[in-house]
Design a protein around this ligand. Structure first.
Ligand SMILES: [Zn+2]
Length: 323
């Protein structure tokens, strides 16, 4: 997966990843422009003062898989709004930053010498701008436009601040525009999620159709990266691969039967659920206990470990060689 991400970031086309075409793979790539630390001035922050003469409210939004960014301007010569639709793959974070970026560009070309107060309800974008060395070119662009004529404000969303409400509505309308105005790359995080989903789906298909591991497949029908059985005795039970006559015969290791003579299967579940030779170790586990119940109960798991380790240590007296 890492190699696919690396190749995609290099701009390489990946025509088939598990049968899916991942090109054009326009991933958002960070280009490091070195800046002298002395030339980086921190953005100016202000609190309160929502009655500024020149104010801009920005917002980004993602609704029904469509993304919009907008900013609303409030000044002595009247109010205005600017709406941009972004690619559907864009994140809300990208939309919020785009709104700020466009607002700053508009300000610089129309009112270069006036002081402006810019309001955003996106704490994550404002925090990103505040970083000395952001690892995102859009954040860098926004930062570089924040000169002394700009004061940034964080405004709480959905508490009825008129400018913020207007920007919120404008961003929603921006996402409904028929055409894309600004094309941005796929955020690396979304690309990773897509790859992970594809890999997971493929794993499930293989798990459902592979001829190996059928015993386990009946128990654990759904594949999960979070599931990890580290205890060898528990995994013996889940896979039915462990010290038992059935397994030893199947792999031509030893021709033997269980000395109890009760069960022709003589597999791992035989020792866990029914063999009389291990009955003294069985207190909570019953014949009808399901393996899924055991996996969900630490007490039952401990019992399985005790039973199977007993079988391992007492194999000489439990297994009966067949001549
Ligand atoms: Zn037995």
């Amino acid at each position: 997966m890492e190699s696919v991400i690396y190749r995609a970031k290099q701009g390489e086309h990946i025509p088939s990843f598990l049968g899916k075409d991942l090109s054009p793979n326009n991933i958002e790539v960070f280009t490091n422009h070195w800046q002298h630390p002395g030339s980086i001035s921190p953005p100016r922050w202000s609190s309160g003062n929502t009655q500024a003469a020149f104010a801009i409210y920005t917002d980004g939004s993602k609704i029904n898989s469509q993304v919009g960014a907008a900013f609303c301007t409030f000044g002595p010569d009247g109010d205005g709004e600017h709406l941009y639709r972004l690619n559907d793959h864009c994140s809300v974070f990208q939309a919020e930053l785009t709104a700020l970026h466009q607002a700053l560009r508009w300000k610089r070309s129309n009112w270069p010498s006036e002081h402006f107060h810019i309001f955003s309800d996106s704490l994550s974008s404002l925090k990103a701008i505040n970083k000395l060395r952001p690892k995102n070119n859009l954040v860098e662009d926004v930062r570089n436009l924040c000169d002394n004529s700009i004061s940034l404000h964080w405004v709480k969303a959905h508490i009825g601040v008129a400018g913020n409400e207007a920007a919120d509505r404008a961003a929603k309308r921006a996402s409904e525009k028929p055409d894309i105005d600004i094309h941005l790359g796929v955020p690396e995080r979304s690309f990773r999620t897509t790859l992970r989903k594809l890999l997971h789906a493929e794993w499930q298909i293989r798990w459902n159709t592979d001829r190996n591991g059928r015993f386990t497949q009946q128990l654990l029908k759904e594949v999960k990266p979070s599931r990890c059985i580290s205890n060898t005795y528990i995994s013996q039970l889940v896979t039915n691969h462990g010290l038992c006559p059935q397994y030893l015969k199947r792999f031509n290791l030893k021709n033997c039967n269980c000395r109890c003579g009760e069960d022709t299967q003589d597999d791992v579940p035989h020792y866990v659920f029914s063999c009389p030779l291990t009955s003294h170790l069985r207190t909570s586990i019953k014949r009808d206990t399901r393996i899924s119940q055991i996996l969900a109960d630490k007490r039952l798991e401990t019992e399985v470990v005790q039973i199977l380790s007993y079988v391992y240590h007492q194999q000489e007296s439990i297994l009966e060689l067949v001549d």
